[in-house]
Write a protein that binds this ligand. Structure first.
Ligand SMILES: Cc1cc2nc3c(=O)[nH]c(=O)nc-3n(C[C@H](O)[C@H](O)[C@H](O)COP(=O)(O)O)c2cc1C
Length: 341
């Protein structure tokens, strides 16, 4: 959190700029008739935006999650909390998550990490169905987000290195709870998404490369801890992963809802994501500064994002999100090269 606020931890290439929407000089719609509402995972949102999971488990997180939840409720967008491991396995600061339940957020995501659903050390307590139920109840969640963060783990000196068995464990949880699987800045490939779909996962959040880089975040933390090898790995793998727009294009044909995230920083980026066929766009790092300031800034940032989305809809002649999802676009730059591979 401190590192994300204090250092430049963004990916070096802005992949969303590779998605060029085509200007429509004659939109033939009125700006005030534009409808940004969508249905996502059975819930109605006023705009196709998800504030993806960031925080919880320490005292200051209550302020951030509270600001995000109040703004999400008032603007009508979805939100998730950060990993609930601290509250569920260690009983730490449950109120820094549960504050979210006080607000009428239309769609809420609980959050656990894949490394916590398999034993990392002999005798470890792993997150099981009862823990998931508790994590969901804590915030009155609609959906459980399971995050994949093995890049981050590789840059942490004490990172979790055991990934064997995660897929089947995700399948077990997905047979009992509505599960979305998300990455944390390195993207999802179609192959992985197909394996997850075959195990009853209901939706994906691509969280691709180009936004917050967790290799970068952990690079700085490793430096602070004097962990020379991990600091170097963080630098080497700073931009590792699948670009967010590419990941969206790979997953949309699977037919499950796709949240496009990783580097979404404007309402124009939201529009670009929707044009690629995403059901909504997800934003984390781009909301953090406002959320760490106060509620007014948080709400203003969300309102600006929605306004920019509407401007993009107007200038592409898209009256509804469904229209925008059919709008023509050009894929350029690095993202295009990935698609040609
Ligand atoms: C400060 C911070 C903390 C995060 N913590 C979590 C987490 O606990 N669980 C999770 O699933 N994702 C976490 N993420 C990842 C985001 O949900 C998102 O996938 C990623 O940051 C890419 O989006 P962005 O480029 O908009 O930041 C975190 C992101 C940030 C910036």
């Amino acid at each position: 959190m401190k590192v994300v606020l204090g250092k430049d931890v963004e990916g070096r290439y802005r992949y969303w700029n590779d998605v060029q929407l085509i200007h429509r000089a004659l939109p033939e719609i009125n700006f005030d008739e534009i409808d940004t509402t969508v249905s996502l995972l059975g819930k109605k949102l006023a705009a196709p935006i998800v504030i993806t999971g960031m925080t919880g488990g320490f005292p200051d997180a209550a302020k951030i999650n509270g600001n995000l939840a109040q703004a999400a409720a008032e603007v009508g967008v979805a939100m998730g909390v950060g990993s609930e491991r601290a509250a569920i396995l260690r009983g730490q600061y449950p109120e820094s998550y549960s504050c979210v339940a006080r607000f009428d957020v239309p769609l809420k995501f609980a959050n656990i990490g894949a490394p916590q659903i398999v034993a990392q050390n002999p005798g470890d307590r792993v997150v099981g169905p009862d823990d998931v139920r508790a994590a969901m109840d804590l915030i009155h969640a609609d959906v459980l987000a399971i995050h994949l963060n093995f890049l981050q783990e590789m840059v942490q000196p004490e990172g979790d290195r055991r990934a064997k068995g995660c897929l089947d464990r995700i399948g077990e949880l997905a047979s009992r709870f509505p599960v979305l699987v998300k990455e944390t800045g390195a993207g999802l490939s179609r192959e992985v998404a197909e394996q997850l779909r075959d195990r009853s996962v209901k939706a994906f959040d691509v969280s691709g490369t180009g936004g917050t880089s967790f290799a970068a975040v952990e690079h700085y933390r490793a430096l602070e801890q004097g962990a020379e090898r991990e600091a170097r790995v963080g630098k080497t793998f700073w931009d590792w992963g699948i670009p967010s727009p590419v990941s969206v294009l790979e997953l949309v044909p699977l037919g499950l809802p796709v949240i496009a995230s990783g580097g979404v920083r404007s309402g124009l980026d939201v529009a670009r994501a929707l044009a690629l066929g995403a059901g909504a766009a997800g934003i984390a790092g781009g909301m953090l500064r406002a959320a760490a300031t106060d509620f007014a800034q948080t709400k203003k940032e969300l309102e600006f994002l929605v306004h920019e989305l509407k401007v993009a809809m107007f200038l592409t002649g898209s009256k509804t999100v469904a229209d925008l999802q059919k709008a023509p676009y050009l894929l350029t730059g690095e993202s295009r090269l990935w698609r040609l591979r």
